[in-house]
Ligand binder design. Structure first.
Ligand code: FNR
Length: 338
């Protein structure tokens, strides 16, 4: 029982359990400098004290033009490394491993004057019309991911996650709904995958630890990528040496989503078995028993928890109690929890 609390290893990173803090933007940098604030430190360190196996920092912009908002965290500059490194040291002190989600918002950047996308199509009426990225702009994006991967390594992160989901730049390239290019980055799925492939290759040059990729495995649109396409991307990512596919959904075009407990797990399970690659399940997983079922039935390898960890930094303890697992989290609180 309690496989949720069994360790798992990816390359040189061993997690104490299968619980991951899902990346969640806090929009809390000040002065538009992309730096961590005391809020970020408290926010992440308290989840490490709560024995989360892996903490993945929120979508962190690799270029200023790739910020969702002016308050996003950033890793576009060497000046970001020291602050991030201090946070990683603290997370390690509590036994958690530390990751960072590397991101570019593309046409979903909201506070920038000029925004970029594979094609000049706005997300909807309330977003700006993006400029189409030319080849040199694409090369700059890839280079920005490479440098961000180098800074992640310098800051001692154990892993990085490439954000290719939720309709941000990489997802915009992957989807036929937002990518109408006629060059080698558009058209068939091999071409639409090219930007992600080149970003993975650039990341691997600098970062030798585990690399995860978050995808949106359902576009909720009949002309979007289909299950077969996501299996194709996952197989390609496996060949490129990616360690885990984190399976989310949606965001590439406006769509109505009907969320229910575990609503994204079916995609995660399909990709895991069809592409033979570890996966992470996310989306309305709220109890220890629900998480345990997913792991025991081999539907996913890791459980990403979002909102439940915002509500309760000690969610892991709650899940352990439910499963009858003796988790010390943290030991200073033990007397109060007896
Ligand atoms: C998110 N989510 C998200 N996803 C992501 O890949 N990068 C991000 O930076 C964010 N930011 C973010 C902020 C906030 C406040 C929320 C609530 C969510 C999505 C998140 O990681 C997760 O996939 C969803 O919240 C679904 O999981 P839960 O919350 O149902 O456990």
């Amino acid at each position: 029982m309690a496989k949720l609390f069994s360790p798992i290893t990816f390359k040189d990173m061993t997690l104490q359990n299968r619980i991951v803090m899902s990346p969640m933007c806090m929009y809390s940098s000040i002065n538009e400098d992309g730096k961590l604030t005391p809020f970020h430190m408290t926010h992440y360190i308290s989840r490490a004290a709560g024995k989360v196996g892996l903490i993945i920092l929120e979508a962190t912009a690799v270029q200023t033009a790739g910020r969702i908002s002016a308050q996003d965290l950033g890793i576009w500059n060497d000046e970001h490394t020291d602050g991030l490194s201090d946070l990683v040291t603290q997370l390690h002190a509590y036994g958690s491993k530390a990751g960072i989600q590397l991101a570019h918002a593309g046409r979903k950047a909201q506070d920038e004057e000029v925004i970029y996308a594979p094609s000049s199509l706005a997300f909807n009426d309330s977003y700006k019309q993006p400029s189409e990225l030319d080849k040199s702009g694409i090369n700059e994006v890839i280079e920005a991911f490479r440098k961000a991967a180098k800074r992640s390594k310098d800051a001692n992160f154990d892993m990085v996650e490439i954000h290719a989901a939720h309709g941000y730049l990489i997802n915009q390239f992957l989807s036929p709904l937002s990518n109408k290019r006629t060059d080698e980055y558009g058209g068939n799925r091999e071409n639409r995958f090219r930007l992600l492939k080149e970003i993975v290759e650039a990341t691997k040059k600098e970062f030798t630890g585990p690399i995860f990729v978050r995808i949106s495995a359902d576009e909720y649109h009949e002309d979007g990528n289909k299950e077969d396409d996501f299996i194709f991307y996952a197989r390609q990512l496996k060949e490129l040496g990616i360690d885990l596919i984190d399976c989310s959904t949606g965001g590439v075009v406006p769509a109505r989503i009907n969320p229910y407990p575990g609503y994204q797990i079916k995609h995660c399970e399909t990709i895991k078995h069809q592409a033979n690659i570890p996966t992470g399940a996310v989306g309305l997983i709220t109890s220890g028993i629900q998480a345990e079922e997913i792991i025991q039935n081999n539907r996913a390898d890791l459980i990403f928890i979002g909102r439940s960890l915002l509500k309760n930094p000690y969610w892991a303890k709650e899940a352990a109690d439910e499963l009858g697992y003796p988790l010390e989290a943290p030991k200073q609180y033990e007397r109060g929890w007896k």
